[in-house]
Write a protein that binds this ligand. Structure first.
Ligand SMILES: Cc1ncc(COP(=O)(O)O)c(C=O)c1O
Length: 420
């Protein structure tokens, strides 16, 4: 396999290809096949993009029909037939059954752009500057969302200060919990604390890149109540945990939560085609003037076509029931791995098909990734120092492939322990 063009011409910043040193040639559902014919089970799933698998057949068919009919592939934010289908279907399948009347704001097609837009809107609505973000949170790589991101390696790469964020500990982080929220509230009440009331609280229900940390409904409700008590917006970043990943469309479904803004990206484009969108409560959305947050790629025909097909998975319970069952299988296996190594204190965390095992050691997790790759399994470590092995296979994975991937993981962990 010829990797010379990448090594000769591509930037040093390339990352995942170093952990997966091969050239992938084709892909189907939860498998990718390299040029040398090696088949890999993909438990990395495009970092949470490929919820419906590689080359989902229903989406592929719809996209081919769209291309053959000369559908409008690029549209900025002009009206198109495919965009109308997506917007109408999203309202019908996702918003209306939940009694949500949020407006759909399409942003540039990456998650970070959706987060940037939500920060701007919260600041506009409240006339305030600072936003509360939480330790271990991951919100993107551009300056505004990077300021809200906790990871030190990414932050240092900014090269400039990352201001206008007040950092609180996430529920499960050191110093976290309801008491930390009480302390922050008390400080805001103290006119000499030096704190100004924030524009928003930005939070993930399940922190994914940050190390698979799961917040409780009670804590999230306390964050929401605090936000509203101090006149701030409550923003949920559901970019990785949303779109069915945790067993329901939104990661906060079934909780007593009513976010002012929801950030969505990754899985909503369906096929791996880029699309990002904020759901803004109408009273907040009314603060935007036309064209104030623009972007060239806000109307991807192919993403709308595939994304509309993806919504069909949420018209009945079939896929979400499978996600719950597969999530349990994943969790049990990770727990078995942890239980087999009781002296290590490994922790299993997650919800639905977003599960992780915290190995407490980045070097070990990296070795597990390398061993897994050698056996034909793609996984990506995350969390502080990369110590958590995170599993995010396509939600549509076959039960046999899921079992095979977990077998490979178990083997890789045993092998890695011998190697480090
Ligand atoms: C929760 C969350 N927010 C924001 C982002 C940024 O998305 P993107 O990489 O598409 O900019 C990510 C990406 O991993 C994410 O997981």
């Amino acid at each position: 396999m010829d990797m010379t063009p990448f090594e000769q011409w591509e930037s040093e910043v390339r990352g995942y290809c170093r952990a997966f040193p091969t050239v992938f040639a084709s892909a189907s559902n939860a498998r990718q096949v390299a040029e040398d014919g090696t088949s890999y089970l993909d438990f990395f799933g495009g970092a949470g993009v490929l919820n419906f698998g590689h080359n989902n057949p229903r989406m592929k068919r719809a996209m081919i029909e769209f291309l053959e009919a000369d559908g409008v592939a690029h549209s900025l934010d002009t009206y198109t037939t495919t965009k109308r289908q997506f917007v109408s279907r999203f309202a019908e399948v996702i918003l209306e059954p939940r009694g949500m009347d949020h407006k759909l704001q399409f942003t540039g097609p990456t998650g970070t752009n959706a987060v940037e837009a939500s920060l701007k809107l919260a600041r506009r609505v409240t006339g305030r500057q600072n936003v509360v973000a939480f330790s271990h949170g991951f919100h993107g790589m551009t300056l505004g969302s990077l300021a809200a991101t906790g990871n030190d390696v990414f932050r240092r790469a900014a090269g400039v200060p990352l201001p206008f964020i007040d950092r609180l500990p996430f529920e499960t982080a050191p110093g976290g919990g309801i008491e930390a929220l009480h302390a922050y509230r008390a400080a805001l009440d103290d006119s000499s604390s030096g704190l100004r009331p924030p524009a928003a609280f930005l939070v993930e229900v399940v922190q994914a890149e940050g190390g698979v940390h799961v917040a409780s409904e009670a804590w999230l409700k306390a964050v929401q109540d605090l936000a509203h008590d101090v006149g701030a917006l409550f923003i949920i970043d559901d970019i990785q945990a949303g779109c069915g990943r945790t067993g329901s469309y939104f990661s906060f479904d079934g909780m007593d939560l009513d976010p002012d803004i929801v950030n969505l990206a990754k899985g909503i484009g369906g096929y791996g085609t880029p699309l990002a969108m904020n759901l803004n409560k109408p009273e907040h959305d009314a603060h935007w003037a036309p064209g104030e947050h623009t972007g060239t790629f806000r109307g991807q025909g192919l993403s709308f076509v595939a994304g509309t097909e993806a919504l069909a998975y949420f018209t009945d319970d079939e896929l979400m029931t499978t996600v719950a069952a597969h999530g349990e299988v994943m969790r049990e296996r990770l727990q078995r791995i942890a239980d087999a190594n009781p002296s290590q204190g490994w922790q299993v965390r997650g919800r639905g098909m977003l599960q992780g095992i915290d190995l407490g050691d980045g070097a070990l997790a990296k070795q597990v990734q390398a061993s897994a790759f050698a056996h034909g399994l793609l996984i990506g470590p995350c969390g502080s120092g990369g110590r958590v092995v995170k599993l995010i296979p396509p939600l549509t994975i076959d039960a046999d492939d899921l079992t095979e991937g977990l077998d490979l993981l178990e083997k890789a962990v045993a092998e890695a322990q011998g190697a480090v």
